[in-house]
Design a protein around this ligand. Structure first.
Ligand code: 1GP
Length: 246
């Protein structure tokens, strides 16, 4: 059954994404960190967004409460792209977003990021109408110490340990997640390798997000060609925007 969501669309954000995947349309999310982008900076952000952008992700590893909501409100005022929350913790939730990636950090064994933050988030979700996308989140070594590993107190999975990456992903698959997110870490030296992307996409068939260390068009195309349905770019776009005149 097709449901009308709160924005009047026939499709929920996840259903719409799956439709795009069926049509072969690749997605490009620009990641905006509320700690680095204030609401005053939003007009400039929207002016210099890359043309390929299909989504705006909002989130960061350490964000003061309230900042995520303010930033999302400003983005929604200035543009029409769907805004999905990519939360570093349960404080980063706003009913103004179109969707919340309901992440579980399954590459690590820290209960706080496997079920703790999710329990706190669920308490808030009881009082708001926000579409959630259950997502298995895997941190994979990208050759640099990442904020994600530091803040969550977990080690990334070694990129050569395909068996472990696959087994952890399949555990989440059997628990019924709706999407997978392969993360090399913000500012990674090496993005997630195509062989990993291809293996995970083939094994699960689930909508697949890939991010971390994607700086060049060719790297993005490689991730899409390997099976990513959506790429996420943060640092490279932050750098371009901050180099532009106000
Ligand atoms: C999104 O954490 C990444 O998955 C963002 O990484 O800042 O390296 O683009 P970059």
């Amino acid at each position: 059954m097709i449901e009308i969501d709160k924005n009047g669309s026939e499709w929920s954000p996840l259903e719409l994404w799956i439709e795009n995947i069926k049509k072969g349309q690749k997605q490009f999310a620009v990641l905006v960190d509320p700690d680095k982008c204030t609401k005053e900076m939003v007009p400039k952000l929207m002016k210099y967004l890359p043309q390929q952008a299909t989504h705006i992700f909002v989130g960061g590893s350490t964000v003061a409460p309230g900042k995520t909501h303010q930033l999302i409100c400003a983005i929604k005022q200035h543009g029409a792209l769907p805004v999905w929350i990519f939360p570093g913790d349960a404080e980063q939730i706003s009913s103004e977003a179109d969707a919340l990636l309901f992440l579980s950090l399954i590459s690590g064994n820290n209960p706080k990021y496997l079920i703790g933050q999710q329990t706190r988030a669920a308490a808030q979700l009881r009082t708001m109408d926000l579409h959630t996308i259950s997502t298995a989140y895997l941190l994979i070594d990208g050759g640099a110490q990442s904020a994600e590993a530091r803040v969550t107190g977990t080690q990334p999975l070694p990129s050569e340990d395909l068996e472990m990456i696959l087994n952890r992903t399949m555990a989440a698959y059997h628990m019924g997640v709706k999407a997978i997110y392969l993360e090399a870490g913000s500012g990674a030296k090496y993005p997630v390798a195509p062989v990993i992307i291809q293996r995970i996409k083939t094994a699960t068939g689930l909508p697949l997000i890939v991010g971390g260390g994607l700086r060049q068009e060719a790297q993005i195309q490689t991730a899409w060609d390997a099976g990513a349905d959506m790429v996420v770019v943060g640092t490279a776009i932050e750098e371009v925007i901050s180099s532009m005149e106000s």
